[in-house]
Design a protein around this ligand. Structure first.
Ligand code: ADP
Ligand code: MG
Length: 433
């Protein structure tokens, strides 16, 4: 391999741009800690190896993949696709141009959500660790994903023990090993703050205090007590998209605006729901429908379920039709998928079947990793027998269902063993047929 240039040098090692035998430009990260005591080297090296092994095992479109690694060479190193820019430079350029672009956010959120799904906490999210490859944003730098007891003492001064100043949550400074996943939510709030504010004044480890329409969201991300932050990436995503929907969508008519604002002002009222659902059911204009249904977030749906079964059922029908027939921008699919999964959790078997079919259609038609995963979860080992049997009956009528199940197996490497046993048998019998 031909070294073109050193891209960056950190406390742990350096990253170079290299050219392969076939002339392809890629990135190579090599282990080379500066200033570490010789007695700490074996431990740091093990940590580097762990970083590589974990990063290699993660397969997600928004997580920087490892192409090849040489862990026993000296120095140990690995290669990755070459990022063309980091979120840090994008944010600088966007501020210079006076714009804020939400486009990286769905990618970043999807990646962090995947880590959390697997029980990992990244702990070092910041704009410099988010890189653009092709048209896709990927999170990178998994050096702090598995902290060990010794790191706290040896890493100070090289790569900080607790993550990066300016992005790390207060609890990371105190008990780094037991950092909850909401520490990443804190960092995401700080990154968003950077993107929104050209002069983001922040006091490290304290809650963001700011003004403007994003203030409540930024403050909630960075609550000092992690239990008061958004509990999950999905909750943060929903809040962000609600904000974007509210600021971009003027309501089509005075009547429609009233119906929606009545509902949002009093979402516990059956009457407000009835008026709203009737109005949406009667909408022939799909863009009006779309705009209305975007407002019905998971929180509202879950609340409706506790208020009235029949109204909930009507709402689910509408949401599912909308989910399976709309050409959403791909980034919005994740939000719709989250909503379907939340509704699934509180729905009865009949509605679950409707939701599963919509999730299958949405995930496969938009080729969206996150939603495929969610559809997989809905039909996983703990799904009710009745639900799975129902889906199998549908599969007998509509052969696109089998194809969708197989697309999920390939698309997200959903192992056959993850499906409910009846689906596993069904697919295996089809294989043998
Ligand atoms: N695949 C890549 N393509 C382009 N630049 C990269 C790549 N990986 C890392 N870099 C650059 O090198 C810097 C350091 O890499 P990183 O993995 O974050 O190491 P460190 O643990 O030293 O922070 C990154 O902030 C980024 O600017
Ligand atoms: Mg880094």
């Amino acid at each position: 391999m031909n070294v073109i240039r050193t891209i960056d040098r950190g406390g742990f090692g350096y990253v170079e741009e290299v050219e392969t035998d076939t002339g392809e430009r890629i990135a190579r990260k090599s282990f080379d800690p500066i200033g570490a005591a010789p007695s700490d080297l074996p431990n740091l090296r093990r940590r580097f190896e762990r970083e590589v092994r974990i990063q290699s095992a993660l397969t997600h479109p928004n997580i920087m993949p490892v192409l090849e690694h040489e862990l026993s060479s000296d120095p140990p190193r690995f290669t990755m696709p070459l990022g063309s820019e980091s979120l840090e430079t994008k944010i600088k350029n966007d501020h210079a141009a006076g714009i804020f672009e939400p486009s990286p956010w769905p990618d970043v959120l999807a990646a962090v959500e995947e880590l959390h799904r697997l029980g990992y906490v990244h702990r070092d999210l910041k704009p410099a660790n988010v890189l653009l490859v092709g048209g896709t944003w990927m999170i990178s730098d998994f050096g702090l994903i598995l902290p060990t007891m010794r790191d706290t003492t040896i890493l100070t001064g090289t790569k900080s023990a607790y993550g990066s100043f300016g992005y790390a949550a207060p609890e990371q400074a105190q008990d780094f090993r037991n950092t909850p996943e909401q520490a990443d939510v804190f960092a995401l709030g700080c990154i968003l703050h950077d993107a929104l504010d050209p002069t983001p004044n922040r006091i490290p480890f304290t809650q963001i205090r700011t003004t403007g329409e994003y203030a409540p969201l930024l403050e909630k991300c960075t609550e000092v007590d992690y239990r008061r932050r958004f509990p999950s990436v999905a909750a943060l995503r929903a809040a962000l998209f609600d904000l974007w929907a509210a600021s971009s969508a003027p309501t089509s008519s005075v009547l429609a605006g009233d119906i929606l604002s009545n509902l949002l002002a009093d979402s516990g009222s059956k009457d407000a729901w009835r008026k709203f659902l009737t109005h949406v059911e009667q909408q022939s204009d799909t863009s009006d429908r779309d705009q209305f249904l975007r407002s019905v977030n998971s929180e509202l749906l879950v609340k409706l379920q506790t208020i009235d079964d029949v109204l909930f059922s009507r709402a689910i029908q509408l949401v599912c039709e909308w989910a399976s027939s709309s050409g959403f921008e791909w980034s919005y699919c994740d939000v719709v998928g989250d909503r379907l999964l939340e509704a699934y959790r509180v729905a009865n078997v009949r509605l679950r079947a409707v939701i599963v079919l919509a999730a299958l259609e949405l995930s496969v038609s938009h080729n969206r990793w996150h939603v495929m995963q969610q559809a997989g979860v809905m039909l996983g080992g703990t799904a009710e027998n009745g639900l799975v049997e129902r889906i199998l009956i549908e599969a007998g009528i509509d052969n696109s269902i089998e194809k969708k199940l197989r697309r999920i197996e390939e698309g997200v490497r959903w192992p056959r063993s993850n499906w409910h046993e009846k689906l596993r048998d069904y697919l295996s019998n089809k294989d043998n047929a």
